[in-house]
Design a protein. Structure first.
Length: 566
Protein backbone atom coordinates (compact mmCIF):
# COMPACT_ATOMS: atom_id res chain seq x y z
CA UNK A 1 0.00 0.00 0.00
CA UNK A 2 1.02 3.66 -0.12
CA UNK A 3 3.58 4.76 2.44
CA UNK A 4 1.99 5.41 5.78
CA UNK A 5 2.04 9.03 6.85
CA UNK A 6 3.47 9.16 10.34
CA UNK A 7 1.74 11.35 12.86
CA UNK A 8 3.44 14.67 13.50
CA UNK A 9 2.00 15.09 16.98
CA UNK A 10 4.68 15.67 19.60
CA UNK A 11 4.85 13.29 22.56
CA UNK A 12 7.56 12.76 25.15
CA UNK A 13 9.20 9.96 23.14
CA UNK A 14 9.44 12.09 20.02
CA UNK A 15 10.72 14.95 22.16
CA UNK A 16 13.57 12.70 23.35
CA UNK A 17 14.37 11.61 19.81
CA UNK A 18 14.36 15.17 18.49
CA UNK A 19 16.75 16.22 21.26
CA UNK A 20 19.02 13.29 20.35
CA UNK A 21 18.96 14.32 16.71
CA UNK A 22 19.71 17.92 17.67
CA UNK A 23 22.78 16.73 19.60
CA UNK A 24 23.82 14.29 16.85
CA UNK A 25 23.51 11.38 19.26
CA UNK A 26 23.83 8.04 17.44
CA UNK A 27 25.30 10.10 14.56
CA UNK A 28 21.84 11.29 13.65
CA UNK A 29 20.52 7.75 13.29
CA UNK A 30 17.07 6.56 14.43
CA UNK A 31 16.50 2.81 14.61
CA UNK A 32 13.55 1.22 16.39
CA UNK A 33 12.16 -2.29 16.51
CA UNK A 34 8.92 -4.12 17.18
CA UNK A 35 9.89 -7.22 19.22
CA UNK A 36 6.92 -9.53 20.00
CA UNK A 37 7.30 -12.97 21.50
CA UNK A 38 5.82 -15.59 19.13
CA UNK A 39 3.65 -17.26 21.78
CA UNK A 40 0.29 -15.88 20.72
CA UNK A 41 -1.47 -13.60 18.27
CA UNK A 42 -1.04 -9.83 18.26
CA UNK A 43 -3.82 -7.76 19.82
CA UNK A 44 -4.90 -4.11 19.76
CA UNK A 45 -2.31 -3.28 22.45
CA UNK A 46 0.44 -4.55 20.16
CA UNK A 47 -1.04 -2.43 17.37
CA UNK A 48 -0.27 0.66 19.46
CA UNK A 49 3.38 -0.42 19.70
CA UNK A 50 3.53 -1.30 16.00
CA UNK A 51 2.20 2.12 15.02
CA UNK A 52 4.54 3.87 17.45
CA UNK A 53 7.76 2.10 16.46
CA UNK A 54 7.18 2.03 12.72
CA UNK A 55 5.66 5.53 12.81
CA UNK A 56 8.69 7.04 14.56
CA UNK A 57 11.06 5.37 12.10
CA UNK A 58 9.08 6.75 9.16
CA UNK A 59 8.79 10.23 10.64
CA UNK A 60 12.50 10.63 11.32
CA UNK A 61 13.85 8.84 8.25
CA UNK A 62 15.00 5.84 10.27
CA UNK A 63 14.44 2.10 10.23
CA UNK A 64 12.24 -0.27 12.21
CA UNK A 65 13.07 -3.94 12.56
CA UNK A 66 10.63 -6.76 13.12
CA UNK A 67 12.24 -9.07 15.65
CA UNK A 68 10.76 -12.20 17.16
CA UNK A 69 12.00 -12.51 20.74
CA UNK A 70 11.80 -16.30 20.73
CA UNK A 71 13.84 -17.19 23.81
CA UNK A 72 11.33 -19.53 25.45
CA UNK A 73 10.50 -22.73 23.54
CA UNK A 74 7.35 -23.26 25.63
CA UNK A 75 4.35 -22.22 23.54
CA UNK A 76 6.33 -20.64 20.69
CA UNK A 77 5.70 -21.87 17.18
CA UNK A 78 5.79 -20.95 13.51
CA UNK A 79 2.03 -20.34 13.38
CA UNK A 80 2.44 -17.38 15.70
CA UNK A 81 5.41 -16.07 13.71
CA UNK A 82 3.41 -16.11 10.47
CA UNK A 83 0.39 -14.51 12.15
CA UNK A 84 2.56 -11.70 13.52
CA UNK A 85 4.08 -11.02 10.10
CA UNK A 86 0.63 -11.04 8.49
CA UNK A 87 -0.84 -8.69 11.10
CA UNK A 88 1.97 -6.13 10.87
CA UNK A 89 1.67 -6.07 7.08
CA UNK A 90 -2.12 -5.76 7.28
CA UNK A 91 -1.76 -2.78 9.61
CA UNK A 92 0.15 -1.12 6.77
CA UNK A 93 3.81 -1.43 7.78
CA UNK A 94 6.81 -3.05 6.12
CA UNK A 95 10.11 -4.08 7.67
CA UNK A 96 11.79 -4.70 4.31
CA UNK A 97 14.61 -7.21 4.79
CA UNK A 98 14.95 -6.38 8.48
CA UNK A 99 13.32 -9.40 10.10
CA UNK A 100 15.33 -10.94 12.93
CA UNK A 101 14.99 -13.66 15.54
CA UNK A 102 16.54 -13.68 18.99
CA UNK A 103 17.17 -17.38 18.42
CA UNK A 104 19.64 -16.42 15.68
CA UNK A 105 21.77 -14.87 18.42
CA UNK A 106 21.82 -17.86 20.79
CA UNK A 107 25.52 -18.58 20.28
CA UNK A 108 26.49 -14.93 20.68
CA UNK A 109 24.33 -14.64 23.79
CA UNK A 110 25.98 -17.72 25.25
CA UNK A 111 29.41 -16.19 24.67
CA UNK A 112 28.28 -12.96 26.33
CA UNK A 113 27.22 -15.03 29.35
CA UNK A 114 30.63 -16.73 29.41
CA UNK A 115 32.27 -13.28 29.34
CA UNK A 116 30.29 -12.23 32.42
CA UNK A 117 31.35 -15.43 34.22
CA UNK A 118 34.99 -14.89 33.31
CA UNK A 119 34.82 -11.35 34.68
CA UNK A 120 33.28 -12.55 37.95
CA UNK A 121 29.92 -10.90 37.16
CA UNK A 122 27.81 -14.06 36.81
CA UNK A 123 27.66 -17.38 38.62
CA UNK A 124 25.89 -20.72 38.49
CA UNK A 125 23.34 -20.98 41.30
CA UNK A 126 21.99 -24.31 42.53
CA UNK A 127 19.11 -22.99 44.60
CA UNK A 128 15.62 -24.06 43.60
CA UNK A 129 13.24 -21.51 42.10
CA UNK A 130 11.41 -21.28 45.44
CA UNK A 131 14.66 -20.81 47.35
CA UNK A 132 15.76 -18.06 44.95
CA UNK A 133 12.50 -16.22 45.63
CA UNK A 134 13.01 -16.50 49.40
CA UNK A 135 16.64 -15.38 49.23
CA UNK A 136 15.67 -12.37 47.12
CA UNK A 137 13.97 -10.64 50.03
CA UNK A 138 11.06 -8.21 49.84
CA UNK A 139 10.44 -4.59 48.95
CA UNK A 140 11.32 -3.60 52.51
CA UNK A 141 13.89 -6.30 53.35
CA UNK A 142 17.17 -6.88 51.48
CA UNK A 143 17.96 -10.24 49.98
CA UNK A 144 20.74 -12.54 51.09
CA UNK A 145 23.52 -14.08 49.08
CA UNK A 146 23.13 -17.46 47.47
CA UNK A 147 25.47 -20.09 48.99
CA UNK A 148 26.89 -20.41 45.44
CA UNK A 149 27.53 -16.70 44.89
CA UNK A 150 31.29 -17.01 45.50
CA UNK A 151 31.94 -20.08 43.41
CA UNK A 152 35.26 -19.90 41.62
CA UNK A 153 35.21 -18.63 38.05
CA UNK A 154 36.60 -21.93 36.76
CA UNK A 155 33.88 -23.92 38.51
CA UNK A 156 31.18 -21.61 37.14
CA UNK A 157 32.55 -21.95 33.60
CA UNK A 158 32.65 -25.73 33.90
CA UNK A 159 29.13 -25.98 35.31
CA UNK A 160 27.72 -23.57 32.71
CA UNK A 161 29.29 -25.65 29.94
CA UNK A 162 27.81 -28.80 31.47
CA UNK A 163 24.43 -27.06 31.64
CA UNK A 164 24.69 -26.45 27.90
CA UNK A 165 25.72 -30.08 27.34
CA UNK A 166 22.50 -31.28 28.99
CA UNK A 167 24.10 -32.98 32.01
CA UNK A 168 21.66 -31.49 34.52
CA UNK A 169 17.92 -31.74 35.01
CA UNK A 170 15.61 -28.77 34.62
CA UNK A 171 15.66 -26.61 37.70
CA UNK A 172 18.95 -28.02 38.97
CA UNK A 173 20.93 -24.87 38.19
CA UNK A 174 20.55 -21.40 36.71
CA UNK A 175 23.02 -18.72 35.71
CA UNK A 176 22.60 -15.50 37.70
CA UNK A 177 24.11 -12.05 37.34
CA UNK A 178 26.19 -10.95 40.35
CA UNK A 179 24.91 -7.47 41.08
CA UNK A 180 23.55 -6.44 44.49
CA UNK A 181 21.34 -8.49 46.79
CA UNK A 182 20.60 -5.37 48.84
CA UNK A 183 19.49 -3.25 45.89
CA UNK A 184 16.24 -1.34 46.52
CA UNK A 185 15.24 -2.51 43.02
CA UNK A 186 14.40 -6.20 43.49
CA UNK A 187 15.06 -6.79 39.79
CA UNK A 188 18.77 -6.09 40.41
CA UNK A 189 19.14 -8.73 43.15
CA UNK A 190 21.17 -11.20 41.13
CA UNK A 191 18.59 -11.83 38.40
CA UNK A 192 18.56 -15.12 36.50
CA UNK A 193 20.18 -14.90 33.05
CA UNK A 194 19.90 -18.54 31.85
CA UNK A 195 17.80 -21.54 32.81
CA UNK A 196 17.69 -25.19 31.75
CA UNK A 197 14.77 -26.16 29.52
CA UNK A 198 14.95 -29.54 27.87
CA UNK A 199 12.42 -28.66 25.27
CA UNK A 200 13.01 -28.37 21.52
CA UNK A 201 12.88 -24.93 19.97
CA UNK A 202 10.64 -24.42 16.95
CA UNK A 203 13.59 -23.00 14.96
CA UNK A 204 16.73 -24.29 16.71
CA UNK A 205 15.43 -27.81 17.26
CA UNK A 206 17.20 -29.71 20.05
CA UNK A 207 20.52 -27.90 19.69
CA UNK A 208 19.98 -26.03 22.94
CA UNK A 209 18.78 -27.12 26.36
CA UNK A 210 19.59 -23.83 28.08
CA UNK A 211 17.82 -20.65 27.08
CA UNK A 212 18.49 -16.98 27.92
CA UNK A 213 15.97 -15.09 29.97
CA UNK A 214 14.08 -12.33 28.19
CA UNK A 215 15.87 -9.52 30.04
CA UNK A 216 19.28 -10.85 29.02
CA UNK A 217 18.43 -11.59 25.40
CA UNK A 218 16.34 -8.50 24.70
CA UNK A 219 18.89 -5.78 25.43
CA UNK A 220 21.67 -7.66 23.65
CA UNK A 221 19.48 -8.32 20.62
CA UNK A 222 18.76 -4.57 20.51
CA UNK A 223 22.49 -3.89 20.67
CA UNK A 224 23.41 -6.43 17.99
CA UNK A 225 20.87 -4.86 15.65
CA UNK A 226 22.09 -1.32 16.23
CA UNK A 227 18.83 -0.10 17.75
CA UNK A 228 19.01 3.49 19.01
CA UNK A 229 15.73 3.76 20.93
CA UNK A 230 14.30 0.66 22.62
CA UNK A 231 10.67 1.61 23.16
CA UNK A 232 8.74 -0.66 25.52
CA UNK A 233 5.75 -0.59 27.84
CA UNK A 234 5.72 0.70 31.38
CA UNK A 235 5.99 -2.67 33.13
CA UNK A 236 9.64 -2.80 32.01
CA UNK A 237 10.55 0.43 33.81
CA UNK A 238 11.98 -1.44 36.80
CA UNK A 239 13.99 -3.60 34.40
CA UNK A 240 15.71 -0.63 32.76
CA UNK A 241 18.64 -0.64 35.25
CA UNK A 242 19.23 -4.32 34.38
CA UNK A 243 19.01 -3.48 30.65
CA UNK A 244 21.72 -0.85 31.15
CA UNK A 245 23.83 -2.98 33.53
CA UNK A 246 24.14 -5.86 31.07
CA UNK A 247 25.14 -3.59 28.19
CA UNK A 248 27.56 -1.56 30.34
CA UNK A 249 29.27 -4.58 31.88
CA UNK A 250 29.76 -6.21 28.49
CA UNK A 251 30.96 -2.90 27.00
CA UNK A 252 29.02 -3.42 23.78
CA UNK A 253 29.52 -1.09 20.84
CA UNK A 254 25.87 -0.04 20.69
CA UNK A 255 23.96 0.90 23.83
CA UNK A 256 20.31 1.68 22.97
CA UNK A 257 18.22 3.91 25.22
CA UNK A 258 15.22 2.18 26.77
CA UNK A 259 12.13 4.39 26.92
CA UNK A 260 8.88 3.23 28.53
CA UNK A 261 5.35 4.30 27.69
CA UNK A 262 1.96 3.33 29.10
CA UNK A 263 0.51 0.20 27.58
CA UNK A 264 -3.00 0.23 26.18
CA UNK A 265 -5.77 -0.77 28.56
CA UNK A 266 -9.19 -0.92 26.93
CA UNK A 267 -12.54 -1.05 28.71
CA UNK A 268 -14.66 -4.21 28.37
CA UNK A 269 -11.56 -5.93 27.02
CA UNK A 270 -8.74 -8.15 28.21
CA UNK A 271 -5.27 -7.68 26.69
CA UNK A 272 -3.37 -10.16 28.83
CA UNK A 273 -1.91 -12.74 26.46
CA UNK A 274 -2.11 -15.39 29.17
CA UNK A 275 -5.84 -14.73 29.63
CA UNK A 276 -6.42 -14.63 25.87
CA UNK A 277 -4.76 -18.04 25.58
CA UNK A 278 -7.12 -19.28 28.30
CA UNK A 279 -10.15 -18.01 26.36
CA UNK A 280 -8.96 -19.89 23.27
CA UNK A 281 -7.84 -23.13 24.91
CA UNK A 282 -10.93 -23.46 27.12
CA UNK A 283 -13.30 -22.84 24.22
CA UNK A 284 -14.85 -19.57 25.42
CA UNK A 285 -14.19 -18.31 21.88
CA UNK A 286 -13.77 -20.16 18.60
CA UNK A 287 -10.11 -19.27 18.17
CA UNK A 288 -7.59 -16.44 17.99
CA UNK A 289 -9.49 -14.95 15.06
CA UNK A 290 -12.88 -15.03 16.76
CA UNK A 291 -14.39 -11.61 15.92
CA UNK A 292 -15.04 -11.00 19.63
CA UNK A 293 -11.32 -11.23 20.42
CA UNK A 294 -9.20 -8.06 20.64
CA UNK A 295 -6.60 -9.71 18.41
CA UNK A 296 -5.67 -8.13 15.10
CA UNK A 297 -6.81 -11.35 13.41
CA UNK A 298 -10.18 -11.16 15.16
CA UNK A 299 -10.65 -7.50 14.33
CA UNK A 300 -9.72 -8.10 10.71
CA UNK A 301 -12.27 -10.91 10.46
CA UNK A 302 -14.89 -8.72 12.10
CA UNK A 303 -14.33 -6.04 9.46
CA UNK A 304 -12.13 -3.46 11.18
CA UNK A 305 -10.24 -1.41 8.56
CA UNK A 306 -6.53 -1.06 9.37
CA UNK A 307 -6.85 2.70 8.82
CA UNK A 308 -9.35 2.92 11.68
CA UNK A 309 -7.00 1.09 14.03
CA UNK A 310 -4.15 3.41 13.10
CA UNK A 311 -6.38 6.44 13.66
CA UNK A 312 -7.37 5.09 17.07
CA UNK A 313 -3.72 4.55 18.04
CA UNK A 314 -2.91 8.10 16.98
CA UNK A 315 -5.80 9.60 18.96
CA UNK A 316 -5.04 7.84 22.23
CA UNK A 317 -1.48 9.16 21.99
CA UNK A 318 1.56 8.15 24.03
CA UNK A 319 1.51 8.69 27.78
CA UNK A 320 3.75 7.95 30.77
CA UNK A 321 0.97 6.80 33.11
CA UNK A 322 -1.39 3.86 32.81
CA UNK A 323 -5.08 4.53 32.22
CA UNK A 324 -8.08 2.78 30.71
CA UNK A 325 -9.26 3.94 27.29
CA UNK A 326 -13.00 3.74 26.64
CA UNK A 327 -13.69 1.13 23.95
CA UNK A 328 -16.32 3.57 22.64
CA UNK A 329 -13.47 5.65 21.18
CA UNK A 330 -12.30 2.67 19.14
CA UNK A 331 -15.86 2.09 17.94
CA UNK A 332 -16.13 5.78 17.06
CA UNK A 333 -12.98 5.54 14.91
CA UNK A 334 -14.52 2.55 13.14
CA UNK A 335 -17.73 4.41 12.35
CA UNK A 336 -15.85 7.45 11.11
CA UNK A 337 -13.81 5.34 8.73
CA UNK A 338 -16.60 3.03 7.56
CA UNK A 339 -19.02 5.92 7.09
CA UNK A 340 -16.76 7.19 4.33
CA UNK A 341 -15.86 3.92 2.65
CA UNK A 342 -18.68 1.42 3.21
CA UNK A 343 -21.31 1.11 0.42
CA UNK A 344 -24.92 1.29 1.63
CA UNK A 345 -27.08 -1.75 0.94
CA UNK A 346 -30.27 -3.21 2.38
CA UNK A 347 -30.42 -6.30 4.51
CA UNK A 348 -33.37 -7.57 6.55
CA UNK A 349 -32.23 -9.43 9.65
CA UNK A 350 -35.57 -10.60 11.05
CA UNK A 351 -37.84 -10.86 8.02
CA UNK A 352 -41.59 -10.24 8.01
CA UNK A 353 -43.45 -10.96 4.77
CA UNK A 354 -45.29 -8.01 3.21
CA UNK A 355 -47.75 -8.37 0.32
CA UNK A 356 -48.75 -5.23 -1.62
CA UNK A 357 -52.27 -6.13 -2.70
CA UNK A 358 -52.68 -3.47 -5.41
CA UNK A 359 -49.24 -3.99 -6.99
CA UNK A 360 -49.28 -6.12 -10.20
CA UNK A 361 -48.37 -9.68 -9.26
CA UNK A 362 -46.03 -10.28 -12.21
CA UNK A 363 -44.45 -6.85 -12.32
CA UNK A 364 -40.83 -6.22 -11.28
CA UNK A 365 -39.27 -2.77 -11.21
CA UNK A 366 -35.63 -1.91 -10.80
CA UNK A 367 -35.09 1.02 -8.48
CA UNK A 368 -31.86 2.99 -8.77
CA UNK A 369 -30.22 3.16 -5.34
CA UNK A 370 -26.98 5.05 -4.64
CA UNK A 371 -24.19 3.30 -2.76
CA UNK A 372 -23.43 6.42 -0.76
CA UNK A 373 -25.78 9.36 -0.12
CA UNK A 374 -22.98 11.95 -0.09
CA UNK A 375 -20.55 10.51 -2.61
CA UNK A 376 -21.93 10.10 -6.12
CA UNK A 377 -18.56 8.78 -7.30
CA UNK A 378 -19.29 5.46 -5.59
CA UNK A 379 -22.10 4.85 -8.11
CA UNK A 380 -25.36 3.04 -7.63
CA UNK A 381 -27.01 -0.33 -8.11
CA UNK A 382 -30.40 -1.58 -9.26
CA UNK A 383 -32.61 -3.11 -6.59
CA UNK A 384 -35.64 -5.13 -7.74
CA UNK A 385 -39.07 -4.20 -6.37
CA UNK A 386 -41.98 -6.63 -6.54
CA UNK A 387 -45.37 -7.38 -4.99
CA UNK A 388 -43.98 -9.44 -2.11
CA UNK A 389 -41.31 -7.93 0.10
CA UNK A 390 -39.57 -8.55 3.40
CA UNK A 391 -39.27 -5.86 6.05
CA UNK A 392 -37.89 -5.98 9.57
CA UNK A 393 -40.33 -7.56 12.01
CA UNK A 394 -39.62 -4.68 14.41
CA UNK A 395 -40.85 -2.22 11.79
CA UNK A 396 -44.47 -3.39 12.17
CA UNK A 397 -46.81 -3.44 15.15
CA UNK A 398 -50.44 -4.43 14.99
CA UNK A 399 -51.35 -2.23 17.95
CA UNK A 400 -48.64 0.43 18.08
CA UNK A 401 -48.02 2.57 21.17
CA UNK A 402 -47.59 6.32 21.00
CA UNK A 403 -44.39 7.47 19.32
CA UNK A 404 -44.21 4.33 17.21
CA UNK A 405 -44.01 5.82 13.72
CA UNK A 406 -43.35 2.79 11.57
CA UNK A 407 -45.79 0.51 9.74
CA UNK A 408 -49.12 -0.39 11.37
CA UNK A 409 -52.70 -0.96 10.19
CA UNK A 410 -53.92 2.28 8.67
CA UNK A 411 -50.49 3.89 8.91
CA UNK A 412 -48.35 4.90 5.95
CA UNK A 413 -44.54 4.71 5.67
CA UNK A 414 -42.03 5.19 2.93
CA UNK A 415 -39.99 2.31 1.57
CA UNK A 416 -36.36 3.33 1.18
CA UNK A 417 -35.74 4.56 -2.40
CA UNK A 418 -39.33 3.64 -3.27
CA UNK A 419 -43.05 3.99 -2.69
CA UNK A 420 -45.34 4.87 0.17
CA UNK A 421 -47.18 1.84 1.53
CA UNK A 422 -50.06 1.64 4.02
CA UNK A 423 -50.84 -1.24 6.35
CA UNK A 424 -54.25 -2.85 5.66
CA UNK A 425 -54.49 -6.29 7.23
CA UNK A 426 -52.47 -9.09 8.83
CA UNK A 427 -52.35 -12.87 8.69
CA UNK A 428 -51.31 -14.70 11.83
CA UNK A 429 -49.73 -18.02 12.55
CA UNK A 430 -52.60 -20.16 13.87
CA UNK A 431 -50.34 -21.94 16.34
CA UNK A 432 -48.41 -19.04 17.84
CA UNK A 433 -50.69 -16.12 17.11
CA UNK A 434 -47.70 -14.19 15.79
CA UNK A 435 -48.11 -11.94 12.76
CA UNK A 436 -46.89 -13.97 9.78
CA UNK A 437 -47.81 -11.66 6.90
CA UNK A 438 -48.79 -8.02 6.47
CA UNK A 439 -51.01 -6.86 3.62
CA UNK A 440 -50.58 -3.33 2.34
CA UNK A 441 -51.47 -1.03 -0.48
CA UNK A 442 -49.07 1.29 -2.26
CA UNK A 443 -49.38 4.68 -3.89
CA UNK A 444 -47.98 4.43 -7.45
CA UNK A 445 -47.52 8.21 -7.53
CA UNK A 446 -44.84 8.13 -4.83
CA UNK A 447 -42.01 6.30 -6.58
CA UNK A 448 -39.84 9.41 -6.24
CA UNK A 449 -40.20 9.16 -2.50
CA UNK A 450 -42.55 12.10 -2.33
CA UNK A 451 -46.34 12.38 -2.60
CA UNK A 452 -47.73 14.74 -5.28
CA UNK A 453 -50.26 16.07 -2.79
CA UNK A 454 -47.49 17.02 -0.38
CA UNK A 455 -48.42 14.59 2.39
CA UNK A 456 -45.56 13.29 4.47
CA UNK A 457 -44.85 10.15 6.41
CA UNK A 458 -43.14 9.79 9.77
CA UNK A 459 -40.77 6.94 8.88
CA UNK A 460 -38.73 5.37 6.11
CA UNK A 461 -37.98 1.65 6.39
CA UNK A 462 -35.71 -0.69 4.46
CA UNK A 463 -36.86 -3.80 2.59
CA UNK A 464 -35.89 -6.46 0.05
CA UNK A 465 -37.84 -8.27 -2.63
CA UNK A 466 -38.85 -11.73 -1.45
CA UNK A 467 -38.33 -13.34 -4.85
CA UNK A 468 -34.98 -11.70 -5.60
CA UNK A 469 -33.27 -11.36 -2.25
CA UNK A 470 -30.52 -13.72 -1.12
CA UNK A 471 -30.46 -15.84 2.04
CA UNK A 472 -27.78 -14.85 4.51
CA UNK A 473 -26.51 -15.66 7.97
CA UNK A 474 -25.76 -12.65 10.13
CA UNK A 475 -23.66 -12.75 13.27
CA UNK A 476 -24.32 -9.93 15.69
CA UNK A 477 -21.25 -9.39 17.85
CA UNK A 478 -21.24 -7.44 21.08
CA UNK A 479 -18.55 -6.78 23.68
CA UNK A 480 -17.03 -9.96 25.07
CA UNK A 481 -17.30 -8.81 28.68
CA UNK A 482 -20.18 -7.27 30.62
CA UNK A 483 -18.01 -5.10 32.88
CA UNK A 484 -15.53 -2.37 32.04
CA UNK A 485 -12.60 -3.93 33.92
CA UNK A 486 -12.92 -7.74 33.92
CA UNK A 487 -9.57 -8.30 35.64
CA UNK A 488 -10.04 -5.70 38.35
CA UNK A 489 -13.77 -5.94 39.01
CA UNK A 490 -13.45 -7.94 42.22
CA UNK A 491 -10.28 -9.17 43.89
CA UNK A 492 -9.85 -12.91 43.59
CA UNK A 493 -12.74 -13.35 41.16
CA UNK A 494 -12.50 -15.35 37.93
CA UNK A 495 -12.52 -12.99 34.96
CA UNK A 496 -14.56 -15.52 32.96
CA UNK A 497 -17.47 -14.83 35.33
CA UNK A 498 -17.89 -11.54 33.51
CA UNK A 499 -18.14 -12.94 30.00
CA UNK A 500 -21.12 -11.55 28.13
CA UNK A 501 -23.56 -14.42 27.32
CA UNK A 502 -25.01 -12.22 24.56
CA UNK A 503 -21.68 -11.42 22.90
CA UNK A 504 -22.80 -13.41 19.85
CA UNK A 505 -26.25 -13.80 18.33
CA UNK A 506 -26.56 -15.80 15.10
CA UNK A 507 -29.46 -15.01 12.76
CA UNK A 508 -29.94 -17.64 10.07
CA UNK A 509 -33.05 -16.44 8.22
CA UNK A 510 -31.81 -13.05 7.02
CA UNK A 511 -32.35 -11.73 3.51
CA UNK A 512 -30.11 -9.29 1.64
CA UNK A 513 -30.49 -7.48 -1.66
CA UNK A 514 -29.24 -9.32 -4.78
CA UNK A 515 -26.40 -6.85 -5.45
CA UNK A 516 -24.49 -8.73 -2.74
CA UNK A 517 -24.28 -11.91 -4.78
CA UNK A 518 -20.62 -12.79 -5.06
CA UNK A 519 -19.57 -10.20 -2.48
CA UNK A 520 -15.85 -10.63 -1.89
CA UNK A 521 -14.74 -12.13 1.43
CA UNK A 522 -13.78 -9.34 3.81
CA UNK A 523 -15.74 -6.67 1.93
CA UNK A 524 -17.52 -4.15 4.14
CA UNK A 525 -21.00 -2.64 3.88
CA UNK A 526 -23.42 -0.53 5.81
CA UNK A 527 -26.74 -2.32 6.13
CA UNK A 528 -29.03 0.69 6.20
CA UNK A 529 -30.44 1.35 9.68
CA UNK A 530 -28.63 -1.72 11.04
CA UNK A 531 -24.90 -1.09 11.27
CA UNK A 532 -21.67 -1.93 9.49
CA UNK A 533 -21.09 -5.50 8.35
CA UNK A 534 -18.31 -7.54 6.81
CA UNK A 535 -18.49 -10.65 4.63
CA UNK A 536 -16.90 -13.34 6.80
CA UNK A 537 -13.65 -14.28 5.02
CA UNK A 538 -13.76 -17.88 6.26
CA UNK A 539 -17.33 -19.10 6.50
CA UNK A 540 -19.03 -17.37 3.57
CA UNK A 541 -19.81 -19.69 0.68
CA UNK A 542 -21.26 -19.18 -2.77
CA UNK A 543 -24.74 -20.25 -1.69
CA UNK A 544 -24.85 -18.78 1.80
CA UNK A 545 -23.44 -15.39 2.61
CA UNK A 546 -22.23 -14.91 6.17
CA UNK A 547 -21.95 -11.38 7.52
CA UNK A 548 -20.26 -10.27 10.74
CA UNK A 549 -21.48 -7.08 12.35
CA UNK A 550 -18.44 -4.86 12.75
CA UNK A 551 -20.11 -2.15 14.77
CA UNK A 552 -23.61 -0.79 15.29
CA UNK A 553 -24.65 2.65 14.04
CA UNK A 554 -25.19 4.22 17.46
CA UNK A 555 -22.12 6.22 18.47
CA UNK A 556 -21.91 6.61 22.24
CA UNK A 557 -18.46 8.22 22.06
CA UNK A 558 -19.69 11.02 19.78
CA UNK A 559 -22.47 11.70 22.29
CA UNK A 560 -20.02 11.76 25.22
CA UNK A 561 -17.59 14.00 23.32
CA UNK A 562 -20.41 16.36 22.40
CA UNK A 563 -21.48 16.69 26.03
CA UNK A 564 -17.91 17.40 27.12
CA UNK A 565 -17.61 20.21 24.56
CA UNK A 566 -20.77 21.81 25.95
Amino acid sequence: MDQIQATLSKDFIRAIIEEDLKNNKNKGRVATRFPPEPNGYLHIGHAKSVCLNFGIAAQYGGTCNLRLDDTDPSGENLEYVESIKSDVRWLGFDWGDRIFFASDYFEQLYQYAVQLIEEGKAYVCSLSAEEIRKYRGTLIEPGKDSPNRNRAVEENLEMFERMRAGEFDEGAHVLRAKIDMASPNVTMRDPVLYRIKKEPHYRAGSKWCIYPMYDFAHCLSDSLEGITHSICTLEFENNRPLYDWILDELQVNCHPQQIEFARLNLSYTILSKRRLIELVEKGYVTGWDDPRMPTIAGMRRRGYPPEAIRTFCERIGVAKNDSIVDVALLEHCLREDLNERAPRVMGVLNPLRVVIDNYPESQVEELDCPYHPKNSATGSRKVPFSQVLYIERDDFLETPPKKFYRLAPGREVRLRYGYFIKGVDVLKDPQTGEVAEVHCTYDPETRSGFAPDGRKVEATIHWVSAAHSLPAEVRLYDRLFQVANPLGEKEGSDFTNYLNPKSLEILKTCRVEPSLAGAAPGSRYQFERQGYFCVDPIDSADKTLVFNRTVALRDSWAKIAGQEKK
